[in-house]
Design a protein around this ligand. Structure first.
Ligand code: GLN
Length: 487
């Protein structure tokens, strides 16, 4: 069951030459062919190419290349279909890019390849990363490996489901308002959203450029630290990339004594499921037993976060998606003149949620409404960031639920966009503030048995602190060892 291993476990066995990269990749592919008709995490796989890449990794291992030189040598990973890999499909789960092949590698992909990773294929998502359930994919929803009548979360639902069903060793997703952390929570895996600017966005198809970050989705906390180390660090190809080098893997020794944890008093909102609340409360007690000091803090502008996010994100999306015009990329539906061609192409190519956001975003940016909506939302955003920076003067990290509920049924919220948006209450502030956050498994609901996630938020460039806290918590609990029925 090599596909069940973590990056840490697999690289140790590869280094000892107990197993080969080819065997590891073949185990993932074989498991996919057994379970993915039920999960539908992958949009594209090319087994011959995967096995060839794995054999190349084996040759390097045979030549004595070490994991100190190439930390992911021989490790099978899979990517959300919004991250460009040269020569592979890049659909963003949209009809408008259904036949598009990427001509270049994203910076994170260049770094994964340089680190020796074997790329397994393309993972399903909400179209252009807009959604929280993967039901907005033009190619059909992904299902939660813990209960296939339920959503895996979104928008990186394919990534979370692929990791939770052990079809890959780890994956990358992208997080604009929670799309790495919330599906990680729904599927019982670890998901990390780095500080804005920590990981290059070059080659990540833009949804909302001031919020988007690529992040690791893994089976344990150490793997998230390993992946962040590989993909992070300054990139001259992304003008918003921070100058800092990639973070070292922090000392994950379980010692969190003396760290201060903030509990925001505004986060006890209505709509928080009692089982989620109980699991998160118990996790906070565990962290405090391990030596963290828990104090109450205030993030007074929390109640405006969803409203600000659902103005700013669609505004940026409406601008970013203007490039899909039937000329430069992907689908074209001809018309009598260029304007008709443009509107027919976009009418046929984009799904309902993407159109809703383009309309919303265009509206809030239009001259009569810019001041009332967009400008005001930007001011609220600045206040939300200030709330966090003030809180981080007093505490090292902040602890919350990742999502107000466990995974809901497919179709349960699909026709009610507002209900879907409200589920993002605990995750969007992190992106608006540009700070870092992660979700780590912290329990299960009783019946049906579904994973629950704990969110840890850290200050700008504070990944080491939240990784240390999450790792100490993980070592003190067994949640991450549980396997989904399709794992
Ligand atoms: N659910 C949020 C949205 O629909 C977040 C999506 C994301 O992080 N990509 O915009």
């Amino acid at each position: 069951m090599l596909n069940r291993l973590t990056i840490g476990e697999l690289t140790a066995r590869l280094a000892r030459r107990e197993v080969s990269a080819r065997e590891a990749a073949a185990a993932c592919l074989a498991h996919s062919s057994r379970v993915d008709s039920a999960v539908r995490a992958f949009l594209h796989q090319d087994p011959d190419r995967v096995l060839a890449a794995a054999e190349a990794a084996d040759q390097e291992l045979a030549r004595g290349v070490t994991h100190a030189e190439k930390p992911l040598l021989g490790v099978p990973l899979a990517l959300k279909d919004v991250i460009a890999v040269r020569g592979q499909p890049l659909t963003c789960a949209s009809k408008i890019l259904a036949n598009f092949i990427s001509p270049y590698d994203a910076t994170v992909v260049a770094r994964l390849k340089a680190a020796g990773a074997v790329l397994l294929g393309r993972l399903n998502m909400d179209e252009f990363a807009m959604g929280s359930s993967t039901e907005n994919s033009a190619f059909g929803p992904t299902r939660n490996p813990w209960d296939t009548t339920r959503t895996p979360g979104g928008s990186s639902g394919g990534s979370a489901a692929a990791v939770a069903s052990n079809q890959c060793v780890a994956a990358l997703g992208s997080d604009t308002g929670g799309s790495v952390r919330q599906p990680a929570s729904f599927c019982g895996v670890v998901g990390l959203k780095p500080t804005y600017g920590r990981v290059s966005r070059y080659g990540l198809v833009a949804y909302a450029s001031s919020l988007d970050q690529i992040g690791p989705m893994t089976k344990d906390v150490q793997d998230a630290a390993i992946l962040l180390r590989v993909i992070g660090g300054h990139d001259p190809l992304d003008s918003t990339s921070l100058p800092e080098p990639s973070p070292e893997i922090p000392r994950l020794d379980g010692d969190i004594r003396g760290l201060k944890l903030g509990l925001p008093k505004e986060y006890g909102v209505g709509g928080l499921d009692p089982e989620v609340k109980a699991a998160v409360d118990a996790a906070i007690q565990t962290l405090s037993r391990l030596g963290a000091e828990v104090v109450e803090i205030s993030l007074p502008h929390t109640e405006y976060a969803i409203a600000a996010y659902y103005i700013i994100a669609p505004a940026e999306a409406s601008a970013n998606l203007a490039r899909f015009d039937g000329v430069r990329y992907g689908l074209r539906v001809d018309g009598a003149d260029p304007v008709e061609m443009y509107s027919r192409t976009r009418g046929a190519g984009f799904g309902a949620e993407v159109k809703r956001r383009i309309i919303l975003g265009t509206y809030v940016l239009s001259s009569g409404y810019y001041d009332a909506y967009y400008l005001r939302a930007q001011k609220v955003r600045a206040l939300i960031r200030r709330d966090f920076l003030r809180a981080f003067e007093k505490v090292d990290a902040i602890v919350t639920p990742t999502a107000p509920t466990a995974a809901y049924r497919l179709g349960e919220k699909a026709d009610d966009p507002l209900q879907m948006y409200l589920g993002d209450i605990f995750t969007v502030s992190c992106n608006l503030a540009g700070i870092c956050g992660l979700s780590v498994p912290c329990g299960f609901t009783a019946a049906p048995r579904l994973p629950i996630g704990l969110q840890l938020l850290g200050p700008p460039l504070g990944e080491a602190t939240i990784l240390r806290l999450a790792h100490a918590y993980e070592q003190a609990t067994d949640w991450h060892r549980e396997q989904s029925p399709l794992g």
